[in-house]
Design a protein around this ligand. Structure first.
Ligand SMILES: Cc1cc2nc3c(=O)[nH]c(=O)nc-3n(C[C@H](O)[C@H](O)[C@H](O)COP(=O)(O)OP(=O)(O)OC[C@H]3O[C@@H](n4cnc5c(N)ncnc54)[C@H](O)[C@@H]3O)c2cc1C
Length: 399
């Protein structure tokens, strides 16, 4: 690896001591993040509800977006660890890319592991260099966290599929070439509905997208989607119809690890801003950072962010080593811990800034809204606590 570019040749790591390649990657991504920082680039874009197109293109050009995708399809041949590192370092400049969570992390992983050869050739190289974006749609208004209750259905019509239903809160559909849609098909033997994943082009006839009016400040837009009998060719189905649950679960750990990475990075941004301000601002004889009422909460935030990051690294290492069930517990815990730590970091950064923390100039109050996304999506705090209660503690479920 040289300079800013990542092409290939990552060695497999073990433990949490980063290799020289990983350190170089961190430094290179951080350098890019510094060019597209929060106050001068992300904040004005977010206020105009415009996506971070230039940053996405540059990150793709340098190989950062596809670092986890297979080398034979144009990716970097590394793992989710490296993709999480990319996301964390960008977010540490306030420039995390929400669509990294869905496009290379979920969709790239699912297609890379389960897609047909044609699907891999068609999608992976362009997902890797960022020239294509694939959104991910599972959430439905009436099902919410209970994804077993989704009703978007695909039925056979000759060799084609006819997709009918709707989705809500789907991020970045305006930027995407396609959406990986979780639907249900009828099992020909039992007649029961079972999940299936379809690649749906965003320009497909009868596919209607409506932007949602969110009250948080971030550059990407969420959409309500309507599939009014969208006709799809046979090859829109990802992989084998009978392997859909495994396919879906393959995307969940990367999604949570990348969500954790974005939250850890955002927390680091807030902590850096607070620390810098606390060193400069003096209203008595010393900088405010000398008062323990200011320094101790920041020290606590530092510890909590480091702990969340450590769990994220553990989850990524487990996932990349092929231990999916070990990774599931760690990924859930990491996403929980990272969301809580980053929300606390933002709140404390605002407090450290006093009135300045609530001004448009710093944008910290706006970032607090964005940080709160991680407590709800892609899986809520409460559903993670349910997971840990049931799977880690063996407690009975209430629902
Ligand atoms: C900014 C943003 C971007 C998003 N992007 C995407 C995307 O790209 N693709 C996509 O598919 N989805 C996306 N989502 C949707 C997101 O995954 C859901 O909002 C999330 O899974 C929660 O579902 P819900 O909003 O329906 O909440 P609900 O399921 O209605 O839950 C409401 C509250 O009840 C709690 N609750 C529910 N069930 C239980 C239970 N059994 N025990 C305890 N508490 C419970 C929840 O934790 C939550 O606090 C996005 C959401 C947001 C806000």
């Amino acid at each position: 690896m040289s300079g800013l570019s990542v092409k290939s040749g990552f060695s497999v790591k073990s433990g949490f001591v980063e290799t020289d390649e990983q350190k170089e990657l961190r430094a290179a991504v951080s350098k890019l993040g510094a060019r597209f920082d929060y106050v001068d680039y992300v904040l004005p874009r977010s206020r105009q509800n415009q996506p971070l197109t230039e940053l996405w293109a540059e990150a793709g050009k340098h190989g950062f977006l596809g670092v986890n995708l297979p080398e034979e399809y144009g990716g970097g041949g590394a793992g989710i660890y490296e993709l999480a590192l990319v996301q964390e370092e960008l977010a540490a400049h306030g420039a995390g890319l929400l669509l990294i969570v869905v496009s290379p992390a979920i969709c790239g992983t699912v297609i890379g592991k389960f897609g047909t050869e044609e699907q891999k050739q068609k999608w992976l190289p362009s997902l890797a260099d960022g020239s294509s974006i694939m959104a991910f749609g599972i959430t439905e208004a009436d099902a919410g966290s209970n994804s077993h209750h989704i009703t978007t259905t695909a039925r056979r019509d000759g060799a084609d599929w006819i997709l009918h239903g709707s989705k809500i809160f789907i991020s970045g559909v305006d930027q995407a070439d396609a959406v990986l849609v979780v639907a249900r098909t009828e099992d020909s033997k039992t007649g029961k509905l079972k999940p299936a994943l379809f690649i749906v082009p965003t320009d497909a006839p009868n596919f209607v997208k409506q932007p949602m009016e969110m009250d948080i400040l971030e550059p990407d837009t969420q959409f309500t989607l309507f599939f009014d009998d969208v006709r799809l060719p046979a090859e829109a189905l990802v992989g084998e119809p009978d392997a859909a649950l495994a396919q879906l679960f393959a995307g969940l750990n990367p999604e949570r690890i990348l969500g954790a990475a974005m939250a850890v990075g955002m927390g680091r941004y807030a902590l850096d801003a607070a620390t810098a301000f606390a060193k400069e601002r003096a209203v008595w004889k010393t900088p405010i950072g000398a008062h323990q009422g200011i320094s101790h909460p920041l020290a606590q935030v530092k510890i909590e962010l480091e702990l969340a990051k450590l769990m994220m690294q553990k989850a990524a290492v487990l996932y990349d080593s092929g231990d999916d069930s070990g990774a599931a517990e760690a990924a859930n815990m990491a996403k929980y811990a990272a969301a809580e730590a980053s929300i606390k970091a933002l709140d404390q950064a605002i407090q450290t800034h006093g009135g300045a923390g609530l001004t448009k100039e710093y944008g910290l109050a706006a970032m607090l809204g964005a940080a709160r996304i991680a407590r709800v999506a892609p899986v809520s705090r409460e559903m993670i606590l349910n997971f840990v209660a049931q799977h880690s503690l063996g407690l009975p479920r209430s629902y």
